[in-house]
Design a binder for this molecule. Structure first.
Ligand SMILES: Nc1ncnc2c1ncn2[C@@H]1O[C@H](COP(=O)(O)OP(=O)(O)OP(=O)(O)O)[C@@H](O)[C@H]1O
Length: 383
């Protein structure tokens, strides 16, 4: 798939801009702060209804405006659809396809599939477990968009259950009895929805494993595909080698663990069991040792691992049968010349690659293609 036209209204720094695009490589070049990332962020937002830079929508709406519109013509298998999202400050967003409103905005998720490489990717390796959980969930949702609903149901259940734990933890006598009875209903919801998320994540990690090894071998100097390893760490199941447990068995495991840790949960007033407590463990080999990447890997190795995770996501989506749009946001300036060249060679044949760079020299030669200058909100094509 590729985007053949992008229009923005009151999105970030843009009052109004129209950018015709084509398949292959397009580079947006310009000095810092001119609006290059804002363009590719808009396409990524259309894909996931989330920005790779901010957690909330407010910064996406141009200062002083109360609504931003991102519209893109997307070509897939020769057919074009116009996807549009209206981002409303303080009100629900709206989505349209070919100008017809969608019943739910989140029905837009996954119709455009993007993989973004950005300087923030180092947080995949060095950041909190929540950064890695987000990586897994975003990928899982791009592959099965209905899971966006499952994940938001889980977040809602978690919030309700946490507030009930706080109340129940403080209550005494019959009030406590009542709160505990209600808690068992929420335990059930958490276990049911949590098991579905957990099963999906376990299956996703199994599917990603071979791609991560292969990608790490390509981007890390002298590495083999066995040198990088990912393992899902769950609060209820031990890492499994070959068998992915069923949703029902995971539900039972979550319920059992909730019962075991109930006292702890009541004392602390938060949910301690479930996929929101899990992590994706990353290991590299150093000689005969297997070391966690966080805290042990060098800066270069950490970058290689972060790139390998993104490349693996790209390869997996590609194996599903449709090339995602690749966005390389300011990433080449961060890499040494070898990693720069290798990444560029790996992605050069993607159906659409959008690159942002401060100076033309940051765009590797193998990624020659269309080029736009971005300056003070004006986007002009180089002849
Ligand atoms: N909601 C907003 N309203 C108005 N301007 C905004 C908004 N959000 C960001 N900007 C402006 O957009 C500009 C940043 O644009 P962008 O991040 O696309 O820069 P860039 O060209 O990619 O720069 P760099 O090379 O430094 O990454 C900044 O000048 C910022 O002030």
């Amino acid at each position: 798939m590729y985007v053949s036209h992008l229009s923005l209204h009151d999105f970030r720094s843009y009052r109004s801009v129209d950018v015709p695009l084509e398949a292959g490589v397009t580079a947006f070049v310009g000095r810092n702060g001119q609006g290059k990332t804002n363009l590719v962020e808009a396409i990524d937002y259309l894909s996931r209804l989330q920005s790779h830079r901010v957690a909330t929508d407010a910064p996406l709406v141009r200062a002083g405006a109360d609504q931003a519109v991102v519209r893109a013509a997307v070509v897939r298998d020769g057919r074009t659809a116009t996807l549009e999202v209206e981002i409303n400050a303080g009100r629900a967003n709206k989505a349209r396809i070919n100008r017809s409103p969608l019943p739910r905005t989140r029905d837009l998720v996954g119709l455009v599939r993007t993989v973004v490489f950005s300087p923030e990717d180092l947080t995949l390796v060095k950041g909190d477990p929540s950064d890695r959980r987000r990586f897994l969930d975003d990928l899982m949702i791009l592959r099965s968009p209905r899971l966006a609903g499952v994940r938001s149901d889980y977040d809602r259940v978690l919030k309700q259950r946490n507030s009930l734990l706080k109340t129940a933890g403080l209550a005494r006598g019959s009030a406590r009895e009542g709160a505990l009875a209600t808690l068992s209903v929420w335990d059930d919801h958490l276990a049911t929805i949590g098991a579905e998320i957990l099963a999906q994540r376990l299956a996703l990690v199994e599917a990603l494993k071979p791609y991560v090894g292969k990608a790490y071998e390509t981007v890390a100097r002298g590495a083999t595909r066995d040198d990088a390893e990912i393992t899902y760490k769950s609060s209820v199941v031990e890492p499994v080698e070959t068998i992915t447990p069923t949703v029902e068995s995971l539900r039972e495991l979550i319920l059992a663990e909730l019962a075991r840790r109930q006292k702890d949960e009541l004392d602390r007033g938060i949910s301690l069991v479930g996929p929101h407590r899990d992590d994706l463990l990353l290991h590299i080999s150093a000689g005969s040792e297997r070391l966690p990447v966080k805290g042990y890997a060098s800066h270069g190795e950490s970058w290689s691992f972060a790139l390998a995770l993104r490349l693996a996501a790209y390869d997996l989506l590609r194996a599903d049968g449709d090339d995602p749009i690749l966005i390389l946001d300011d990433v080449f300036a961060e890499l040494d010349s070898q990693r720069r060249r290798q990444l560029a060679e790996l992605v050069a044949d993607a159906e659409q690659v959008l690159v942002t760079a401060a100076v033309p020299e940051d765009v590797p030669a193998v990624l020659a293609g269309a080029r736009y200058q971005v300056s003070a909100g004006e986007v002009t094509r180089d002849e």
